[in-house]
Design a protein around this ligand. Structure first.
Ligand SMILES: NC(=O)c1ccc[n+]([C@@H]2O[C@H](COP(=O)([O-])OP(=O)(O)OC[C@H]3O[C@@H](n4cnc5c(N)ncnc54)[C@H](O)[C@@H]3O)[C@@H](O)[C@H]2O)c1
Length: 412
């Protein structure tokens, strides 16, 4: 409906071009997106429709949020453009595991994921302190059952039979550190956790938050390859926070309604590898050279802004949890058969010559269904230059991750 399939086919899904005119009059709201223009909705990750009615429903989320979440439910049961969600009840059927669930991101993420009507079981794993988090969360009267798992001996059980695994395990930055400074600790943590994922739920969607994402995703890919279970369509680096930040900062700068704005962010997830494509902002905005430069740099350094404000107490946790919860919810909707789910994420890609690259993708039941190539077409000179500049750093981070696994191969 909104897209034409391009001639290019990439290793992860196929490429799709968007018709920008389809997004002329966006309106949206809430945790996800609620818009009158179905075409625009697709860009925003969370499902939207103009026909939502929830007045008769009471919910732990309240009417608006309840409506947004209810949008996730069984779209295939209804004819296109005739969707009426009012009589549908959310179907809790998916199982989600969070690895690193007792941490700064893990806890609020667990809370937000517990609110999803699509989840029947929420498994919380950490090396310590997860029992209390699970006990606390289990008192919320939302559909999913919460189970806790502590330490390596319980890791396998936390993963058996799950559909989505989210990984915020690892150490965060302190002031003065780059994401790459976390490599030595987090690379080993991610490698160990992915080995367990490969052994216990190789078909799950795997969503990596642990930094440096530019390297931890290639690490995960190598481990999965060595285990013989790598499906590039189901391995994601979570870059949703870059999109959330870009949307927020552009809306503030241009005095737009926050929820109306959508900026694709491509490349990677560290410093200059984060490339917001501000020329592709919907609705389109006009930016002076100074504004363009200022916004781009703020989006690239937004993580550091939080690290410095927290003066040693960690990095972004609440906004990260919000962003990851959006990505989890989008994945669940895609698993549930919604054919209209789009998100930016960092994946194995043939969109450029760099083997892992963040871009907008279409999510489906089997993971990445298509890579959206049109975002990289018709870039401004500024964006072309920034794209050229990010490639060497991104390539080096990818190679560092792959080398790490090659130097200490996994047990097949
Ligand atoms: N992708 C992004 O956009 C993004 C944004 C912010 C932070 N991050 C990253 O997310 C990670 C977590 O950040 P945080 O603020 O939650 O840190 P945190 O220290 O508050 O929490 C990390 C949790 O991981 C747990 N953990 C450590 N080793 C583990 C292991 N082997 N198995 C399971 N759990 C383990 C710890 O016990 C802790 O509970 C960091 O690497 C951070 O850089 C990513």
């Amino acid at each position: 409906m909104m897209a034409t399939t391009s001639a290019n086919t990439f290793s992860v899904g196929s490429a799709i071009s968007f018709n920008p005119k389809a997004n002329a009059h966006p309106q949206s709201k809430a945790f996800g997106i609620k818009l009158n223009t179905p075409h625009f909705l697709s860009f925003s990750g969370l499902k939207a429709t103009s026909s939502i009615r929830c007045e008769s429903e009471s919910s732990f989320l309240g009417k608006e949020s309840s409506a947004v979440l209810r949008q996730s439910v069984k779209p295939n049961a209804l004819k296109q453009n005739q969707r009426s969600w009012s009589f549908l009840q959310p179907q809790a059927s998916y199982k989600v595991t969070i690895l690193g669930a007792a941490g700064g991101i893990g806890q609020p993420l667990a809370l937000l994921v517990k609110m999803s009507p699509l989840i029947s079981a929420l498994h919380l794993y950490d090396i310590a302190n997860v029992k209390g988090v699970a006990a606390d969360l289990s008192h919320c009267n939302t559909p999913s059952q919460v189970l806790d798992f502590t330490g390596a001996s319980e890791l396998a059980d936390s993963l058996k039979g799950v559909d989505v695994v989210v990984i915020p395990a690892g150490v965060p930055r302190k002031p003065g550190m780059t994401r790459d400074d976390l490599f030595n600790i987090n690379a080993s943590i991610v490698k160990t956790l992915i080995e367990a994922v490969a052994d216990n739920c190789p078909d799950a969607f795997i969503q990596i938050i642990s930094n440096p994402v530019n390297s931890t995703v290639p690490i995960a890919a190598e481990v999965l390859k060595q285990k013989g279970v790598y499906d590039p369509k189901k391995l994601f680096g979570v870059t949703t926070l870059d999109v959330v930040r870009a949307n927020t900062f552009v809306a503030q700068k241009k005095n737009l309604k926050l929820i109306d704005v959508d900026v694709p962010v491509v490349g990677g997830h560290a410093g200059i590898t984060i490339l917001p494509l501000l020329s592709k902002t919907k609705p389109s905005v006009s930016l002076s050279d100074e504004e363009l430069q200022e916004l781009t740099m703020r989006i690239q350094n937004a993580g550091t802004e939080v690290v410095e404000a927290k003066v040693g107490a960690g990095s972004a946790t609440l906004s990260m949890a919000y962003a990851a919860a959006r990505f989890v919810e989008s994945s669940l909707r895609a698993l549930d058969g919604d054919g209209d789910v789009y998100e930016c994420c960092y994946i194995q890609s043939e969109l450029t010559e760099i083997p892992f690259f963040a871009s907008r993708v279409k999510l489906g039941r089997k993971g990445v269904e298509a890579v959206i190539s049109s975002d990289l077409q018709g870039l401004t000179e500024y964006e072309e230059k920034a794209l050229g500049a990010l490639k060497p750093e991104l390539k080096a981070s990818i190679e560092k991750g792959i080398d790490f696994v090659h130097k200490q191969p996994v047990d097949a």
